[in-house]
Design a protein around this ligand. Sequence first.
Ligand code: ADP
Ligand code: MG
Length: 512
Amino acid sequence: MSAIIESFNPILLFAGTVILSGLIMSGILIRKRLEASNTHLHDVQAALDESSIVAITDPKGIITYVNDKFVEISKYEEYELLGKNHNILNSGYHPPEFFHQLWKTIGSGEIWKGEIRNKAKDGSYYWVETIIVPFLNKKNKPYQYVSIRTDISALKTAEANLNNSLKEVNDIKFALDQSSIIAFTDEKGIITNVNERFCEISQYSREELIGQNHSLLNSNLHSKEFFKNLWKTIGSGEVWKGEIRNKAKDGSYYWVHTTIVPFMNANEKPYQYLAIRNDITERKKTEEVLHRQDKLAAVGQLAAGVAHEIRNPLTTMKGYTEYLQLDETNEERQEFLSIILDEIDRVNNIVEDFMVLAKPKAVELEERDIIPIIKNVISFLEFEARKREVKIRFEYEGDIIQIECDENRLKQVFLNFIKNGIEAMPDGGDITVRASIVNNQVQIAIQDTGVGIPQEKLKNIGEPFFTTKKNGNGLGLMVSFKIIESHNGKVFIESELNKGTTFNIVLPAKTA
Ligand code: ADP
Ligand code: MG
């Protein structure tokens, strides 16, 4: 569409200018020559008849002469025109002031020029570029008018079409601008223009973006192959479509569905690219959560059944072992019994975790302030954290953050997340817990500066028994997700390798 405009506009302008200046020139020339000598009139008329639509009227506008072109375009016969007022051709398009002005001009001896829409005999319309030259008598009063016209109907149609397509282009541009994230880059991927939404989502200003390579937003998720393939596609002039994760200025990620359209030059080489993107971050997050919930539901039921069966024999085993320990004097045997008890404890912990899965919705919700709950968990872990040179900070907004929750289970969640954070930092580091209320939702972020989670492992997070630790059981996260879910909340994970991991918990706030 833009190609049409670019090629049409100058042509139209040029054509219009040529016609107009041609007419003015010929008008002036004619008058001078005619005034100089009436004997040339016939020569001039002959020349004009060939090129233009010519008519002569008397001072009142009564037609006294028409040439063949006039007859042809007006579709009247010559005899139907002679003796008639020129307004026989009036199409009703122009207001009375228009003709008033025209008559005022030529009546005072001035040349009038303009564009007029006339009506032919069959009712069809035609546009003529018109010059009317008054011929003056000795008293400087016009005794006749010569009008020279050129058919510009085609020009007018083209102009109207052009205006329509221009408007269409503007409408499309507006709609696109409102709905999408837009960027133009040159053939090397250097950003040449972006719209407001691009700045909003990327958190960069226009000034920061223009002139930069688009890879500024690369989030290191997609492989080299991925981008190679993208460039191969658009470089050969094909449209590329796909989903990309980008990194905003503050380091957070956003997902965009992306369409890249190459603009080709005359040599079939792209000279710029238009990228149209739409934010799909929410959808991506939902996909992740759904993926996890599918697995949870299936395993949850199985786990619930198994846990019940194990709990009772486990209690019996523990009881008998403790009993044996009472009378045992042999030190070595005493130690073995301790090991057995430790192991029973370990199994018991697993079973306890499974029991949570057994009754996912049967939590007892009570109104609580989560600030002291989190403080309590942190102080519980303080000793272990200090041992591992981990500093735990707690930042929160407001005095209380009220929530409907099962306090003990929520404690278990915070414990799991913070413990995982400590364990992810073998050389020490920082854990920051942030709590705030945003849009009626309680947001709790648990951020560590640890090893991070590799992209390909993210999908395993929350799967039962997925662990990368020697002594891990791979149940902590699964249970935590389940608990949050039973509180009508969600968990989002952000992680960057060797930078750290953030678990974001979102829970409905209890409004007063
Ligand atoms: P466990 O802690 O017993 O391994 P979890 O369910 O708590 O089981 O965690 C599962 C796995 O998820 C961990 O083994 C680890 O690989 C990964 N993980 C969890 N939290 C973090 C974290 N904060 N940083 C890096 N990896 C983590
Ligand atoms: Mg754990």
